[in-house]
Design a protein around this ligand. Structure first.
Ligand code: KG4
Ligand code: ZN
Length: 338
């Protein structure tokens, strides 16, 4: 399938995305974010997201075709995120994909969004099966043992918040700008992680499950104590809280990653994807684990690590070797197990 040209469409959360791939070659990848639309609401608003996807999808697809120098006649197949995600956006993507597949008379492949993330290291680094994937973003947090294009074993994940969500909430609580990940990372550079004792949730429990909501609450209580003592937070307090919180997240991910590798058996690589994987402290903590296990650490470039449509097209390219296309009855699924 190295010369198949596939159009990918992704609209399951707050990015409207389309991409054209020829085999492993990314001819174009357009991602239109909605951050500013949701900025005043402290989170993604499903109705606003759905309307924006419906409005923007056509243009984003056209732009992806233009940038690839393709016209619709070059497209051999259409891949679209069929779930999991916010139903409004997924429906818009699936409807557009069906329309295009019918009009162009090419096969249609519904792809699981998480499979897209999980297969990205094969697109960018040709990583061999099986490998361990840690998905850490604003919406996801799980360890997957990836043994084939449609063979994923979930080894564990968060039982409450995703780490990115926790970074965003903690940033808001201590007065740092959104998105919280980058601003906490920047503040933490000037902070002392040891000043505040913050918990490492679930480390006492066997297995690879994680929890970040208690850590967020503990950070809030610590903040309140400082405010009660001094009447407010200084920049140094913000930095120390940031450093302490970030260190706790890194410790939890590191230890659970160690356990996930034991549960995996022999793997070719430790891979990460998702916005939180941009964090240098977290990366360094995870690289210690891959070093100790003598396997490479693979982090795809951020543009392909966060939500995009190239990963959806690529997942279809791999999966179409072992599965039939979907029919016009392909449905959008807000919940969709891997
Ligand atoms: O993968 P992503 O772009 O979107 C989805 O969640 O699907 O991830 C965004 C999340 C946000 O919560 C953001 O705060 C977090 O990733 N993030 C970071 C960093 N950069 C982005 N978290 C920690 N450190 C960072 N440097
Ligand atoms: Zn995602």
């Amino acid at each position: 399938n190295n010369d198949l040209t596939v159009l990918g469409i992704e609209s399951s959360c707050d990015d409207t995305a389309a991409a054209v791939l020829r085999g492993r070659q990314v001819l174009s990848s357009v991602v239109l974010g909605q951050t500013s639309l949701h900025a005043n609401f402290g989170g993604v608003v499903p109705e606003i997201a759905a309307r924006a996807h419906a409005e923007k999808l056509d243009g984003v697809v056209r732009q992806a075709l233009d940038e690839a120098g393709s016209n619709t006649g070059d497209i051999d197949a259409i891949a679209v995120t069929a779930g999991p995600g916010l139903i409004g956006g997924v429906v818009s993507g699936v409807m557009l994909a069906k329309g295009l597949a019918a009009a162009l008379d090419v096969p249609l492949f519904g792809v699981n969004h998480l499979a897209g993330h999980a297969l990205t290291p094969r697109l960018t680094d040709a990583v061999g099966y099986p490998y361990l994937m840690l998905l850490v973003s604003g919406g996801h947090c799980q360890f997957l043992l990836v043994s084939g294009p449609d063979d994923f074993r979930r080894l564990g994940g968060t039982i409450d918040d995703a780490p990115g969500e926790a970074f965003d909430k903690v940033a808001r609580l201590i007065g740092l700008p959104q998105p919280g990940g980058p601003s906490i990372e920047a503040a933490a550079k000037r902070g002392v992680a040891q000043r505040f004792a913050l918990p490492r949730p679930l480390l006492d429990r066997d297995g690879c499950d994680m929890s970040f909501s208690g850590l967020k609450t503990a950070t809030l209580r610590t903040r309140d104590k400082v405010i009660a003592e001094k009447g407010g937070l200084t920049e140094q307090d913000q930095a120390d809280l940031s450093a302490g919180f970030q260190a706790a997240v890194a410790d939890v991910l590191q230890e659970k990653c160690r356990r996930a590798l034991v549960a995996s058996g022999t793997v070719t690589a430790l891979c990460v994807a998702g916005g939180v994987a941009a964090n240098q402290t977290i990366r360094a903590a995870l690289e210690t684990v891959s070093d100790d296990n003598d396997i490479p650490f693979v982090a795809p470039p951020l543009a392909l690590c966060t939500d995009n449509a190239a990963m959806i097209a690529y997942a279809a390219i791999e999966q179409m070797q072992n599965r039939a296309p979907d029919g016009m009855d392909l449905s959008a699924r807000p919940r969709m197990p891997l």
